[in-house]
Each structure stands twice: as structure tokens, then as C-alpha cells.
Design a protein around this ligand. Structure first.
Ligand code: 48F
Length: 264
């Protein structure tokens, strides 16, 4: 039946193609940590503008908190301002009432992810950012390891890559900023130089402040999505996703304004 298949060739194909992909990402324009909605939108916009972008995602699946909609009801809500972002990606939205639109969360994740990859962003799932590289008080790279190493508590050294800019899009955990706060001993661009911490749910304020808080938090390091509110001390918003999408767009725009620093 058909042509012969050799398991060794299948294995070699995977090894060689993966190595080629990872090796092409050792010197990035932008490294994004977290493939939730904000990270994926940022990856799309940056890659579409011609930058070399990779996303590192701890879990097996991309999409972060979007898959599950609200409490596992797999629909998301976006407000009027953000509806255009979903439509730009080709995600269908449906009006619920004035200023409230819904979308299927699975369609949103898969479509945005597909468009980000189509634009040229690389995505590495099952990899966690466990540290950063800092030179002359500027974040200029990421230290990565397999999530399985972290989960197994195995004593295995990580690998590293350089990036002109790093985006922390790790959501509530603000994992990259936490490392900088703990290890660099330097002041973050927050009111007291430290992570301010997330507050309880207040959708309206949280959605607005997510956008205001999407900015550089330490030289070379930007925050986007829920992470921006966790770092700058604002509220959580629950399953309304407009702020996440707009934050991804904003962080891409801010970084693109600095493309001169990338020699582009
Ligand atoms: O949490 P997440 O979806 O981030 P977001 O883009 O969106 C937040 C919303 O989903 C929701 C909300 C409002 O609507 O509050 O929670 O801000 O996705 C963050 C991703 O980062 C991954 C994590 O697995 C998730 O998929 N992540 C977290 N820490 C690391 C990481 C790490 N150290 N390395 C790699 N990925």
C-alpha cells in the first residue's frame, strides 16, 4: 500500500526542522512571553510589519485564558471599540446589545493564532521563560526551558536567546516582570519601582487601564494584556477581551515606533 515510510526519516525531519526553526530565533527583534490574546495579537502585528518575532508559551496549547470564555462557557465578549480587531482577523462577531458583542472563543483563538503565524511569527509551545538576560540595565534576551523540566523539578540548565525587546504577556502572573523585580534589583517604571499587584474585578475601569498600562516597564521590557494591570496595580476584568486585543495592538505599535533601534 503506497510508498514505504521509514521511521528514521520521520524522526530526522522533525529534528532538523525544529532545530532550524529554533536556531532562526536566537537573535530576535521581539520575544513575546505568553500566547494568550494579547501576546498573539502583538505577534501578528509585529510580524506583519516585518519584524522577527517569536512567542514562547508554557502550555501545550496557545490561547491562554481565551479558550474557556467565561467559566468554561466558550464565548467571549468584546465592546464596540475592540470589535474591529476581531473582524480585522476575520473572527465573526454578533451584537448582543448596544456596545456588547460576542464571538466564539475557539474561533477567536484559532483564527488569531493562524493569522499571527501566517504573518511570520514563530510560536514555541511547551517552553517557559524562566529568566531574562540583562546588559547595562536593559533587558535584551530571554532564558528558556522546557515546561516539562520545570514541572518535573528537574535540574536541567536552560538555553537563551537575544531580543531587542521582550514583551511580558503572561497574564495575571506577570512572570517576566517578577524575575526582573526579584533579580535585577532595579526600579521598574511603576510608582514605587515594584510590582503593584492585581486588584479585584471591575470590568469597566480594568479595560481602560489595561490600555494605559500597556507600556515599557523596564528598559527593553514591555507589558501587555492582564499583565499590564497586574504590574501597574489595576483591576481584573473577567471574560471581556477587548482590552486584551487592543493592548496587543498597542504594544506592537509602541515597539514599532522604536524600530530604528533595531536597525530597521
Ligand atoms: O492569561 P493569558 O490569556 O494572557 P492575556 O493575553 O489575557 C488575559 C485573559 O485571558 C484573561 C483576562 C481578561 O480577559 O484576564 O485572563 O493577558 O495568557 C497568558 C499566557 O502566558 C503563558 C500562560 O500559559 C498563558 O497561556 N505563560 C505564563 N507564564 C509563562 C507563560 C512563562 N513563564 N513562559 C511562557 N509562557
Amino acid at each position: 500500500m503506497g510508498r514505504e515510510l521509514d521511521e528514521r526519516i520521520i524522526t530526522r525531519a522533525i529534528l532538523e526542522r525544529f532545530m532550524r526553526k529554533l536556531e532562526s530565533c536566537l537573535d530576535l527583534d521581539v520575544a513575546i512571553v505568553g500566547a494568550g490574546p494579547s501576546g498573539l495579537v502583538a505577534a501578528h502585528d509585529l510580524a506583519a510589519a516585518g519584524l522577527k518575532v517569536a512567542v514562547f508559551e508554557r502550555k501545550l496549547s496557545v490561547g491562554g485564558g481565551m479558550w474557556g470564555g467565561g467559566m468554561m462557557f466558550n464565548e467571549i465578549v468584546v465592546q464596540e471599540e475592540a470589535r474591529g480587531v476581531l473582524e480585522k482577523f476575520g473572527v465573526k462577531t454578533e451584537k448582543f446589545q448596544e456596545n456588547y458583542f460576542t464571538a466564539d472563543s475557539v474561533e477567536a483563538v484559532t483564527t488569531i493564532c493562524s493569522k499571527a503565524m501566517g504573518a511570520g511569527a514563530k510560536i514555541f509551545n511547551l517552553m517557559s521563560a524562566e529568566d531574562v538576560i540583562v546588559r547595562e540595565k536593559r533587558v535584551c534576551g530571554l532564558v528558556i526551558n522546557w515546561t516539562a523540566v520545570e514541572m518535573g523539578g528537574l535540574h536541567v540548565d536552560p538555553l537563551a536567546l537575544h531580543a531587542r525587546f521582550v514583551v511580558d504577556a503572561t497574564g495575571h502572573e506577570a512572570q517576566v516582570v517578577r524575575v526582573v523585580e526579584r533579580k535585577v534589583g532595579a526600579e521598574l517604571f511603576t510608582p514605587d519601582g515594584r510590582i503593584q499587584g492585581e486588584r479585584c474585578m471591575w470590568a469597566e475601569i480594568a479595560e481602560r487601564t489595561t490600555l494605559d498600562n500597556t507600556k515599557e516597564v523596564f528598559p527593553g521590557l514591555y507589558v501587555a494584556g492582564m499583565c499590564a494591570n497586574a504590574v501597574f496595580g489595576s483591576f481584573r476584568m473577567g471574560p471581556i477581551f477587548g482590552g486584551m486585543l487592543l493592548s496587543g495592538q498597542k504594544v506592537a505599535k509602541l515597539i514599532l515606533e522604536r524600530r530604528g533601534e533595531m536597525g530597521r
